[in-house]
Write a protein that binds this ligand. Structure first.
Ligand code: BGC
Length: 356
């Protein structure tokens, strides 16, 4: 195992708050929050490396945060059932480390993080071979009901954009969460909704044989790898996944390097994201293409700075170089370390070298 393995674990543990929340990045003011999406993947990585206590503390934080805001989730469900607009009644994508809503403006209405969280929570229990704790039952039920009620309405994607669209990535995350809860609790109702979501994606989220960034678009997005790995809306070697990954490689990957999020991304100029390189490597490891997975692992490893910290993105080949400096002026240098980058690195490492 490389030093980056140990350093990644240390970065994550050091930046886990006493509450259990994982800060997205300690040195980047806009990221001094805990996201359900980032946190769920980080907790999963910690489970894979045997740091179950850390994962458990995150899940406890996530559960208590949803419960703290339960009234909003309940009102959201009610509003949707009565065909009323949501207004401010929805769960936020990120909360302060103490589980409160942030005070600054943020595009908060995103569903994918809750689907991913439910999936990782079920994985946590599977990996430690524990039954569902009584304290989590209510919150799992509420979160699943929330997702089952809201999945049909447009929300922001995982990059916190396109509020008015429906995103196959988001639906795949919700699918995985509901399926995991159905299997965990034995409540077949969640499996029925999950299957409905899967059919919707296949009907509306596929164009020309590959998954698309959002319904109605023809564009691709590197996160679509997630539809298979890990969400299993499709098997990794399904022809639709193969075509989707080929398109991601052709349009978003820079030679043997990392991946852009999508072709016209201009955030910090739109560089190559470390976590996406690791994610694609994870996919390749799952389909048995180990050489490709190793190449992506090696690329991710060489992006660590002299302290071993992995950033969010690498500004070498930018989609739009003019947009780099304006973001630096607005928010400072690129976030580093980004805990999600370290987590995806650990996940890829584990996919290639599972612990004995
Ligand atoms: C990304 C999100 C991520 C957040 C915190 C944003 O820039 O678009 O996907 O959850 O940063 O890492």
């Amino acid at each position: 195992m490389t030093d980056l393995f140990h350093h990644s674990i240390e970065v994550i543990l050091t930046n886990q708050a006493p509450s259990g929340a994982y800060i997205a990045s300690p040195n980047f003011p806009a990221y001094r929050y805990s996201w359900f999406r980032d946190g769920a993947f980080i907790a999963y990585a910690m489970d894979l490396v045997g740091e179950h206590d850390s994962a458990r503390r995150f899940h406890d934080w996530a559960a208590s945060t949803v419960l703290r805001h339960a009234e909003k989730a309940e009102r959201a469900i009610e509003r949707i059932q009565r065909s009323k607009p949501l207004g401010d009644d929805y769960l936020h994508t990120r909360y302060t480390l103490d589980g409160h809503e942030g005070s600054d403006d943020w595009p908060n209405f995103q569903l994918d993080g809750f689907g991913t969280w439910l999936w990782t929570l079920a994985e946590h229990l599977r990996l430690i071979a524990d039954p569902l704790p009584f304290l989590w039952q209510e919150v799992i039920n509420l979160t699943s009901s929330y997702l089952a009620a809201l999945w049909r309405i447009p929300c922001l994607d995982l990059w916190e954009e396109h509020l008015d669209k429906i995103h196959p990535y988001t639906l795949a995350a919700v699918y995985a969460g509901l399926r995991a809860v159905g299997e965990l609790t034995g409540d077949a109702g969640w499996l029925v909704t999950a299957e409905e979501i899967r059919r919707f994606v296949l009907e509306h989220g596929v164009q020309g044989g590959h998954l698309v960034k959002y319904v109605g678009s023809e564009a691709t997005d590197a996160s679509l790898v997630g539809a298979a790995t890990p969400y299993r809306l499709l098997p990794p070697d399904d022809p639709i996944m193969r075509a989707t990954v080929a398109r991601i490689e052709a349009n978003l990957r820079h030679q043997a390097g990392g991946l852009h999020r999508y072709a016209d991304d201009t955030y910090y100029g739109g560089g190559e994201w470390v976590l996406l390189a690791a994610w694609l490597g994870w996919y390749y490891a799952e389909v048995g293409e180990r050489a490709r997975a190793r190449e992506l692992l090696a690329w991710a490893e060489t992006q660590a700075d002299e302290e071993g910290n992995l950033p969010e993105q690498i500004p070498h080949t930018l989609n739009d170089p003019r947009m780099f400096q304006p973001w630096v002026e607005r928010w400072g240098p690129i976030a580093c370390p980004l805990l999600w980058s370290h987590a995806m690195y650990l996940i890829l490492l584990h996919a290639l070298h599972p612990a004995p």
